[in-house]
Design a protein around this ligand. Structure first.
Ligand code: UDP
Length: 385
């Protein structure tokens, strides 16, 4: 029996968990298996990140049915369920709010305690499957790592016991601190035409969220915003789903917008660091920009990371609105270019804190919350004889 199963499945999981995995690899107090769900599978959405961040390859790699979100979730549950029949663990660790985290149902079926990294974040936007996934896994979890005190309060407000929630800071700060000296080398991997395009001031763009690209009006509003950025070149590493959907529409991007395939972490962070600002709907990119002091336009109706607005690092563009004041938004973000703000996401020790806690819980074998004291409300009636 190994102590932990760490289950990840998409590009930002590898990035955010890279230091946790690297610390676990170096210690010898507990054992673990790193399991890849197969949700992301291509070289440039997966292996590039293992290589650039020196993360060991997964011990087990599954493939999933990619017909729909339902098939990705159901094959992840199937794969993990069979795996847990053969391999026993003290706990199964998941991160975030993706189809992969729904694999926690398999751990629940085997009564393996569940650990959730990135717990208790909420957008309070019930249109988002991610919001539903986060809520499900938090309520099944025996241990939750919440990045910020506010997130912990959100969990407690839902009746989750404060005893199982530990505030850790956001591990993305750790990853930036660890790797910032290598971001410069990202330019070595970029094509000449991109290097040419970024000789002048430029803007970086990413856009991949379902609620944006699968909604015709929102996508049109986003393209309209991007086409209004006329004073700079725009570099747009575009995910495959966005490419596919955009090709099926008659929407066109201006000539100054260079669409490229998804790129590696070092290249992306090199571009981000050197951009005037970023327009994005990514959860992680908006944090990275905030930490690096790069202004962002957050192309989202709702966010689970309101801190970027609180510290005035980001401007909201609501893709659901036809009449967003695009010119005003572009003016406002341009005015932020030389501003600075505090990093609200922590001090860079979060991976250490998470691993230390995991080691302690493994050594004590005390993951399970099946104790009356672990509920935040009175459950004594349930135990009456
Ligand atoms: N990223 C990257 N290459 C790209 C686009 C993004 O390495 O072409 C990185 C980026 O630095 C961030 C993460 O991927 O760490 C964001 O992933 P994504 O936007 O897909 O996911 P989200 O954060 O919204 O879950």
């Amino acid at each position: 029996m190994k102590d932990l199963a760490i289950i990840l499945g998409i590009r930002p999981d590898v990035i955010r968990a890279s230091k946790i995995l690297n610390i676990l690899e170096k210690q010898n107090q507990i054992s673990y298996d790193f399991i890849w769900s197969g949700q992301h599978y291509s070289e440039n959405m997966k292996d590039t990140f293992f290589n650039q961040l020196n993360v060991k390859k997964p011990d087990f790699e599954f493939t999933v049915e990619k017909v729909s979100d339902a098939s990705v979730v159901s094959s992840t549950i199937e794969n993990l369920y069979s795996h847990f029949e053969q391999h026993k663990y003290k706990a199964a660790v998941f991160l975030g709010d993706t189809n992969t985290v729904m694999g926690c149902i398999a751990a629940a079926q085997h009564n393996i305690p569940i650990v959730h990294i990135e717990g208790c974040m909420r957008s309070y936007d019930w249109r988002m499957p991610e919001e539903k996934y986060r809520t499900v896994i938090d309520h099944l979890s025996d241990r939750i790592y919440a990045y910020l005190e506010n997130y912990k309060i959100q969990g407690i407000n839902e009746g989750i016991s404060e005893n199982i929630i530990k505030v850790t800071g956001n591990p993305i700060v750790d990853i930036i601190n660890e790797n910032i000296e290598y971001f410069g080398s990202g330019s070595d991997y970029l094509d000449d035409n991109i290097l040419d395009a970024i000789k002048e001031k430029f803007v970086l763009v990413t856009c991949h969220r379902r609620e944006n690209i699968q909604n015709e009006k929102s996508l049109k509003n986003i393209i309209n915003l991007l086409n209004k950025i006329e004073d700079h070149n725009v570099i747009f590493p575009m995910g495959y789903k966005t490419q596919q959907i955009l090709n099926e529409t008659n929407l066109t991007l201006n000539e100054n917008i260079k669409v490229i395939e998804p790129i590696g972490y070092l290249e992306f962070m090199y571009l981000l660091q050197n951009s005037q600002y970023v327009a994005t709907d990514s959860g992680t990119v908006v944090e990275e920009a905030c930490i690096l002091g790069i202004p962002s336009i957050q192309m989202r109706y709702s966010t689970e990371r309101p801190e970027v607005y609180d510290v005035k690092a980001s401007i909201k563009f609501d893709p659901t609105l036809e009449n967003e004041a695009v010119d005003k938004i572009l003016d406002r973000v341009s005015n932020m270019i030389n501003s600075s703000w505090d990093n609200p996401f922590g001090d860079g020790n979060s991976s250490e804190i998470i691993v230390r806690d995991l080691i302690q819980l493994c050594e004590e074998n005390s993951f399970s919350r099946h104790k009356p004291s672990d509920y935040s409300f009175d459950i004594s009636n349930s135990f009456k004889g």
